[in-house]
Design a protein around this ligand. Structure first.
Ligand code: N0T
Length: 525
């Protein structure tokens, strides 16, 4: 299958996504990789801006940086390609010893053609926009224009061709194809080409997958027909771009989603309809087999909502990957459930010092305290990124973030099999008072099973207690041994001290200190 966690790493082997029953991972240099990511601002992908990027990346301890590659930048004149920024970026990323994820800002960037070259976005004849149901021209380019697909695909293939030659060691580990596709305000294209396709029978594979009725789209999918149709059209287009790129260099490729309401149906005119929103993940899976992962861009820090998105996108057929999330402090704790749910990566958005802030989606001010909320997570995981990724690949990890719902009583439970862990947030270290939540929601815990009855436990601002999931009469849990330690550069555990007495008698306390524990559990009668 693969030599998970095998050392030394196999440099030169192409990154890939493993997605098999019970095993999901991003493989880099031959072993599972945990992407501790950061995305720069949209207009930071210029050589003159990079000095404002790297100090932030270092401060964060990120191992991967997500950077846009704009169509307008690489092909300002049709057929004339300029990869000078990419070459600069590759060289500097290597110097800073980080991996890259490149974001292809092509036909659709937040649904619009803003990053398409002028010769595309200003030529509505050759590269037509969508038409709405009233016959008006829409701002977004139509997925039905073969000319547009051909041009976008050609540019993406040129990018991958350059990458193949310029990046033999795979500094770039993954490609995002387009950015937040879909359309705001219009659910599907009503151009003559689109209407003709809409009147034709819906694809049989899609009808089967979605449980529709064979026949034209309207008949097949009823009230969902417009949106499924649009999702199908966009996903097929994105797939064609990705597929052509993979034929040159088969890097993992993903699509990111501007999200619709996590809990209830939302009017499709009010979100990026047709993009990979949660209720059309299956449409995308059928239409876009070259897209390995669909990732949610999560800009809502409400606990229940965030957790719901993780549940909706972390599926047996879709490894959990959060390609963008808000960079306000209260988002940092969601790193723990992401890594706990075998996530392949997590990336706050807008991480550079160019001075832009996307409040209210993210922080109002990217001050030291805010940056440190994310840096703390990466400081903790960076030394054990490969160890953790291998455990996640084995499927034996769990994680939680501090809830904000008062009804949750700031208490969470993790079922680990024979054992269960109870997490308390905002209690004294003796745990004598009820958990009332931290002053700001900042707690998180991640647990991995190392061997039966032995767990790696880490986190911040939380208390952890273990117990038997179902004790037999007279059976009691006892902490056999609690080691604090760290992983060295070779991924070997280094023992620092034993925790005992006040450090264990009333539960294990995680503060703002980066602490990693190996906990061995036993029973007595
Ligand atoms: C994201 C980012 C960037 C409250 C926003 C989120 C990035 C794109 N878009 O800073 O533009 O390139 O992927 C859109 C979220 C809108 C939701 C508003 C509801």
């Amino acid at each position: 299958l693969l030599a998970a966690g095998s050392a030394p790493a196999m440099a030169g082997e192409l990154p890939r996504i493993v997605n098999q029953p019970g095993h999901q991972a991003l493989i880099v240099d031959g072993a599972p990789y945990l992407m501790l990511g950061a995305q720069v601002n949209n207009s930071s992908a210029w050589p003159a801006m990079l000095p404002k990027v790297w100090p932030m990346i270092e401060q964060l301890h990120a191992n991967t940086v997500e950077v846009p590659i704009a169509w307008e930048q690489i092909e300002p004149v049709e057929g004339q390609f300029d990869f000078s920024f990419l070459d600069t970026l590759l060289a500097q990323a290597r110097t800073h010893q980080v991996h890259l994820v490149l974001l292809w800002f092509g036909t659709w960037k937040n649904t619009a053609p803003g990053y398409a070259p002028a010769w595309v976005k200003l030529d509505n004849k050759r590269f037509p926009r969508m038409i709405d149901e009233k016959g008006e021209t829409v701002y977004a380019l139509s997925p039905f224009a073969k000319t547009t697909l051909d041009a976008d695909r050609k540019a993406f293939v040129a990018l991958m061709t350059h990458l193949k030659a310029a990046d033999p060691d795979n500094t770039v580990i993954m490609m995002q194809v387009e950015n937040e596709t879909g359309t705001y305000g219009t659910v599907r294209d009503h151009s003559p080409a689109a209407d003709k396709a809409f009147a034709a029978p819906a694809p049989a594979a899609l009808v089967r997958r979605m449980g529709g009725k064979p026949g034209p789209w309207a008949q097949a999918f009823g009230k969902d027909a417009d949106e499924y149709f649009h999702a199908w059209a966009i996903a097929s287009y994105v797939d064609a771009v990705a597929k052509a790129g993979k034929a040159v260099k088969p890097l993992p490729m993903y699509a990111n989603a501007a999200l619709s309401d996590a809990f209830k149906p939302q009017d499709p005119k009010t979100y990026a309809a047709g993009g990979p929103t949660h209720h059309v993940i299956d449409v995308w899976k059928v239409a876009a087999p070259s897209i390995d992962v669909l990732g949610p861009d999560i800009y809502k820090s409400d606990f229940a909502t965030y957790m719901k998105y993780l549940e909706l996108y972390g599926r047996a057929d879709n490894p959990l990957f959060v390609p963008e999330t808000g960079n306000a402090k209260d988002y940092a704790r969601f790193f723990f459930p992401v890594v706990g749910r075998h996530g392949i990566g997590f990336s706050p958005f807008g991480m550079d010092s160019t001075g832009f802030v996307n409040f209210p989606l993210g922080a109002a001010k990217l001050d030291a305290e805010t940056v440190d909320a994310f840096a703390a997570n990466y400081r903790l995981f960076r030394p054990m990124e490969r160890v953790w990724a291998k455990l996640a690949y084995e499927g034996k990890t769990w994680g939680v973030a501090e809830p904000t719902d008062p009804a949750a009583n700031h208490m969470q439970m993790l079922e680990l099999g024979r054992w269960k862990a109870t997490l308390g947030f905002g209690q004294g270290q003796f745990g004598t008072d009820a958990p009332k939540g931290n002053a700001e929601p900042s707690g998180g815990v991640a647990i991995a099973e190392l061997s039966p009855n032995e767990y790696l436990v880490t986190g911040y601002h939380a208390r952890v207690t273990f117990d038997l999931a179902a004790a037999k009469p007279g059976e009691h849990m006892i902490l056999d041994r609690v080691e604090e330690g760290h992983y060295d550069a070779q991924g070997q555990w280094v023992f620092d001290r034993l925790w005992n007495g006040d450090q264990t008698d009333f539960g294990l306390n995680f503060t703002s200190a980066p602490q990693v524990l190996k906990v061995r559990l036993a029973t007595y009668r």
